[in-house]
Design a binder for this molecule. Structure first.
Ligand code: FES
Ligand SMILES: [Fe+2]
Length: 431
């Protein structure tokens, strides 16, 4: 099939996601990764209509705390109201003549003063001050000129989401089966997880959906992250059991990959990397989890890894550390990635240190995993540019009850993508 310019009467359409269960075939057209037209459709139909992760309530723990947080390529910011104590997410634009109101990445303030003409807004978004007030007469409507909240803002167990579509279903319904997995993380910290200060921010020269796929791709781990596994083995970690697990369709395009942890987990699974001195401490943490949650749930919290993708662009990985990652396309071939590390609030310093080491060793920008993954994704994007091959094959596991190292989890994502895109998920071709 060759893409050509034709007059409308000569156009036919074909779906960019092609599922053929009878032949156990699932294909995704590579134009999904390279086309400006597809990206435009995604911005309108996915990023303007789905719930998007903004941040975590712990990032604005105190009244007046704020973080500037673009979502869906639109500047917004999250702030905890000084009077109400509520978390607001506002469009980051002055109601006067448009300038960005919140210009710092994060901070604490009672008042946001627009730098252009000095209109001021309080932490509840209310317009408080207008220089030259008398020039407007008595009818200046301060309420109507308040900062505009994003159409819908809801949070689940501390995870704050916003949606630009006022008619979107509730966040709780949207999250569907993903809620149980967020619960597991939050419950393991007695309900009080926090985002550790500091972010990893980087760009990848690859389409954003490659990272969605990669984040729940189990079987790339052994070949791609070979160096890490060799490092663990050299330290004495037993990897003979492999990385076997299952994937679960959580509804609405969300998916999780759950598997036994071959590596240590700061929450309660010791490994040589942590050092002998940490054995007793980790055993005590584990006993505490068992006492609170029972053996079965504690074992799930402590011993299993979960890589979860919440459609469209949030990844919550509970692996050798808990990481929250979101990413956004800036062009078909490039994305911005932001990642945070989560931990129980008030964790003891030595536990926190071990957690951060574990996080950075694998997931940090210079860790064992991230550079490998970035290289793999960029390599795919370069491959697409070569042309000659039109489709990616994502069929692995279609001829059997899929295993965790099959590609069922990517198919969950792509089915939702196709549904969400509707007619924008089709490409016009000449007959
Ligand atoms: S644009 Fe903000 S005060 Fe004028
Ligand atoms: Fe990876």
């Amino acid at each position: 099939m060759t893409l050509v310019d034709h007059t409308p009467s000569q156009l036919a359409e074909f779906p960019l996601v092609d599922e053929d269960p009878e032949h156990h075939r699932f294909r995704v057209h590579r134009d999904t990764m390279t086309s400006e037209r597809v990206l435009k459709g995604e911005l309108e139909r996915i990023f303007q209509r789905c719930w998007l992760y903004v941040g975590h309530e712990s990032e604005v723990r105190n009244p007046g705390d704020y973080v500037r947080r673009p979502i869906g390529n639109r500047p917004v910011f999250m702030v905890r109201g000084v009077k109400s104590g509520m978390v607001h997410v506002f469009h980051n634009t002055c109601t006067h003549r448009g300038a960005v109101v919140c210009r710092q990445k994060s901070g604490n303030t009672k008042v946001f003063q627009c730098f252009y003409h000095a209109w001021t807004f309080d932490s509840e978004g209310q317009l408080k001050g207008v220089p030259g007030r008398e020039a407007y007469g008595e009818k200046l409507d301060f309420d109507a000129l308040a900062l505009k909240p994003v159409a819908r803002v809801e949070s689940y167990r501390g995870f704050v989401f916003a949606c630009f579509d006022p008619g979107v279903q509730s966040l709780v319904d949207y999250l569907a089966g993903a809620r149980e997995y967020l619960d597991l993380i939050v419950d393991s910290a007695d309900g009080d997880m926090e985002i550790i200060k500091g972010t990893n921010e980087y760009c990848i020269d690859a389409n954003w959906k490659l990272l969605a796929e990669n984040s729940v791709d189990g079987y790339h781990a052994l070949p791609t992250h070979d160096t890490y596994f060799k490092y663990l083995v050299a330290l004495g970690t037993n990897l003979s059991g492999g990385v076997a697990g299952t994937s679960r369709d959580l509804g609405n395009g969300h998916v999780v990959l759950e598997y036994g942890a071959p590596w240590g987990r700061p929450i309660a699974k010791w490994e040589p990397l942590f050092g002998e001195h940490a054995r007793d401490e980790i055993a005590a943490l584990r006993a505490n989890l068992v006492a609170k949650h029972g053996e079965a749930r504690a074992a799930r919290m402590a011993d299993t890894n979960r890589n979860m993708l919440i459609f469209p662009n949030l990844v919550v990985n509970d692996i050798m550390a808990v990481t929250v990652r979101t990413f956004m396309p800036t062009s078909p071939g490039r994305m911005d990635v932001t990642a945070w590390e989560m931990a129980p609030h008030g964790e003891l310093p030595q536990l926190r240190q071990r957690r951060l080491d574990s996080f950075l060793t694998f997931l940090g920008p210079a860790g064992f995993a991230t550079p490998d993954d970035v290289e793999a994704l960029e390599s795919c994007q370069q491959g697409f540019n070569s042309g000659g091959v039109e489709w990616n094959d994502i069929s692995r596991g279609m001829a059997r009850e899929p295993h965790g190292d099959d590609e069922a989890q990517m198919r969950v994502f792509w089915r939702r993508w196709a549904r969400q895109m509707g007619s924008a998920g089709y490409l016009e071709v000449g007959r």
